[in-house]
Design a protein around this ligand. Structure first.
Ligand code: ATP
Ligand code: MG
Length: 417
């Protein structure tokens, strides 16, 4: 026997019964984000590898070990998108969106790819909904995007959420801080995990993220970036906070917040859910004022976030079920009526009636049972020489003379009076 082929590790199939919940996310995102002036964008599933190495950062986990990178037959290095911000910024530049009124507000719901250790809430192909507001450094944009993510999580009834915010300042203040942090880490080197020690030079901020007990002890006393912000950055952060306060959204200031992408400047934030266990982050983002310059554009301040669909669904209160509406099921007694049934289905569908046809050769009784299982509102029964329309709610049945009468009966039932 040949062995069965399964879905690749870290991937999953979205089965029909799970589609309703995912569709609910799509609809909620569309309503909330488009209502706030965001327009949907979809970029290619793969991009030039350089787009991510330049923006996400050479030293990050994503670029160092998580990207699906391949060479195509033309010898180009391409990468399945591991995140959405860099591709959206690439599109912004490529299509001259800087000529539009700023900020340009975009949203997406797409799948992303990272070679990570697969576990609950962590996949190798996963879906994110995200926004990018490009072309303004106004702290109101930061606060607005945070509120929009909060609105989405609230709408989906994601349980036990909390918000942490921080500020990374500008690359210059961060660079000075990094040196100070490196000195501090080196002077405590013997208590750090091997992993953190190996990356003191490459990515010292990552040490705040470590689970290793010794490292955590050391980090509790480490210098904090928030104490090293320039006056302007500190003011920007204070304004973001004031606006969130004004909007009544509670948050915690986290002086150690770091995220695994290098492009962030100033505001940084993350929503977590208390019901998710180890993979507690449902969504997060921040400002990335240097990214567009990094890919060859003019200085363009921007801010955005992304939230994981799988984690939102895992942490959501109740998942809406997908139940296709069946207005009409067409049943027939013997094969001689099949073509007539088939054409009745076509007529009904043309009239906008959701119609299904018997397709498995069931007996008439079996067909009525099937119609019931599907939750059909009406059944057209072609038996003997006649045609009947049965109302599955009232169990009333009437003789009808034609396909047109069946359709009219169903439509009347849909819009009584
Ligand atoms: P984590 O700390 O959990 O690795 P992250 O900081 O890498 O998350 P981002 O790159 O900011 O996450 O992506 C935003 C959101 O996308 C996360 O909050 C999470 O909900 C989701 N996400 C990230 N990676 C995965 C994955 N491999 N599988 C499923 N969802 C993911
Ligand atoms: Mg990650």
């Amino acid at each position: 026997m040949t062995s069965k082929i399964q879905a690749p590790r870290g991937t999953y199939d979205v089965l029909p019964e799970q589609e309703g919940a995912r569709d609910a996310v799509d609809r909620a995102a569309r309503r909330i984000l488009e209502g706030a002036g965001y327009r949907r964008i979809e970029t290619p599933a793969f991009e030039a590898t350089e787009l991510f190495s330049r923006t996400v950062g050479e030293a990050t986990d994503i670029v160092q070990k998580e990207m699906y990178t391949f060479e195509d037959a033309g010898g180009r290095s391409l990468t399945l998108r591991p995140e959405g911000t860099a591709p959206v910024c690439r599109a912004y530049l490529e299509h001259g969106m800087h000529k539009l009124p700023q900020p340009v507000k975009l949203w997406y719901l797409s799948s992303f790819f990272r070679y990570e250790r697969a576990q609950a809430g962590r996949y190798r192909q996963f879906w994110q909904v995200g926004v990018e507001a490009i072309g303004s450094d106004d702290p109101a944009v930061d606060a607005e995007t945070i509120l929009l993510l909060h609105a989405l999580l609230t709408e989906l009834e994601v349980r036990d959420i909390s918000l942490r915010i921080g500020s990374l300042g500008t690359p210059a203040s961060r660079a000075a801080y990094r040196e100070e942090l490196k000195d501090y880490l080196r002077s405590n080197e013997d208590r750090l995990s091997e992993d953190v020690r190996a990356r003191i030079d490459l990515n010292p901020l990552r040490a705040f993220d470590a689970d290793h007990p010794g490292t955590r002890e050391v980090m509790a006393g480490a210098p904090r970036l928030l104490d090293h912000l320039t006056g302007e950055d500190a003011e920007h952060f204070a304004e973001v906070r004031a606006l969130l306060d004004r909007a009544g959204l509670p948050y915690e200031i986290d002086t150690t917040l770091v995220r695994g992408l290098d492009y962030y400047t100033r505001t940084l934030f993350e929503f977590t859910s208390g019901v998710l266990g180890a993979q507690s982050a449902v969504g997060g983002g921040g400002r990335y004022d240097g990214l567009i310059e990094e890919i060859g554009g003019p200085h363009t301040p921007a801010v955005g976030w992304a939230a994981g669909i799988e984690r939102m669904l895992l942490a959501a209160e109740r998942l809406p079920e997908a139940a296709p509406v069946v207005d009409l099921f067409v049943a027939y007694e013997d094969a001689g009526r099949r073509a007539e049934a088939f054409s009745l289905v076509a007529d009904a569908r043309r009239a906008g009636v959701n119609t299904q046809l018997e397709l498995a050769g069931r007996s008439l009784k079996g067909q009525l049972r099937q119609a019931d299982r599907l939750g059909a509102r009406y059944v057209a029964i072609l038996d003997g020489e006649g045609m009947k329309l049965r109302d599955m709610q009232t169990h009333e049945q009437e003789d009808v003379g034609s396909a047109a009468a069946v359709v009219a009966g169903v439509l009347r039932g849909r819009h009584p009076g």
